[in-house]
Design a protein around this ligand. Sequence first.
Ligand code: URA
Length: 480
Amino acid sequence: MRWQVEVFPNDVAHAMRALSSLLACGAAPGDVVWSEGAGMQGDLLGEAALLSPPVEAVPLRALRRLPAGFLPLAETVAMHAHPERFRSLHELAVDLAADPRRWRDALDPRRLALERTAREVRREIHKMHAFVRFRQLEEGDGEVRYVAWFEPVHHIVHAAAPFFAQRFAAMRWAILTPALCVHWNREGLAFTPGVDRSRAPPPDAGEALWLDYYRSIFNPSRVKTAAMLREMPRRYWHNLPETQAITGLLQEAPARSARMVEQASESQRRMPISVPRVVARTPRTPQEQLADLGRRARHCTDCPMASAATQMVWGEGPVGAALMIVGEQPGDQEDLAGRPFVGPAGQLLRRALQELGWPAEQLYLTNAVKHFHFQPRGKRRMHKTPGQREAEACEQWLEAEIRLVAPQAILALGGTAASSVLGRSAGVAQSLGSWWARADGVPVWVVHHPAAVLRRAESGAPGFEDWVEAMRPALQRSMA
Ligand code: URA
């Protein structure tokens, strides 16, 4: 069976319902033809535009059954202009519906490609926030309105608009674009169809002032054209008043900067001039990939802990470390410092490692769950054991860390770490004293969590010396 689906630029919600319906119907991505309607919004043109399946029939239910991170990713990717984006999303959704564990693979090429696509969308939203330049227009009623012209490549006007409503809440303004315009009347946002560039407002006096200011802050001795182009890509230039001045300023820069050097004192002139180093582009090393992964994890919102915690706490240590030590989650101090194992339980672990003579450079320290999970009590934040949902949301990051670090063995501290690493419910008591094999072949050794050793009386954990001895087999195996 073949499916014909019409989606509408700027109507992400409609596209998500269509995707959800296709998933619920079991449509194969190869059997779906996605086309883009010219309409401003799907619901204006009517649901009849979607021939089949009926989009309202299965409102997002099928998408919500996928791992929690998929829907926000899909909503962002849907704003991209790439004609194949819906097919790619559908392919990933079908993969995940068949096996939700695939979401744990943060290095999956299909997911990585879609995350790159989402980054381009977010980047353009950021550029729109930075590069919209309002011009002042007098209306017939003597009221002032601020109007800007912008030409986004992607369908980002809806997503970018709330920023302007907040920032310029007291002004009446409109941003005109070829695909969709947005208006603010100090009370609410309204969207109207796109307009032609000829409707863009003419330059105003405020703009001349801004140009003078821009010229005055332009430092010819600090010209970094590549960085400038990265921050302000050329395609935005024709709508930015300051770019009229840039070409001239760049042409004058060498002469102006030479004059500045001339004017410098004799002693300053003898100072060595730093020559920019030309760095060859090298392929990304696993260490760089690991750092990239950590940056991506910082934006993860797959579980509710992300918004309560101060920050995501990433692992520490080198790629190729012989042993990876996996804890439960950052505690109060780790959450504030942004580093694993720096609080009381972490210090106990570090003392044990010292006693075992474990070389720090051969260890990678991380946690099963990357955000601090807590219960507020007055001013204090009391540790709360992460639930299955939190552990599952973080598994993608832990699995990617294990793949990139590729340790000889893993030491799991406590039940949460053991379950996350072994991918099944694995209590500490049942796991002690034996080696366990992961599906990828990495052997796992389980010991009590250091916090349990600190609270020995209630937890029944061993004393410090016995706990240290319990870790020794992991040392021997990883260094063998
Ligand atoms: N600190 C961490 O970073 N992880 C733990 O599991 C305990 C303390």
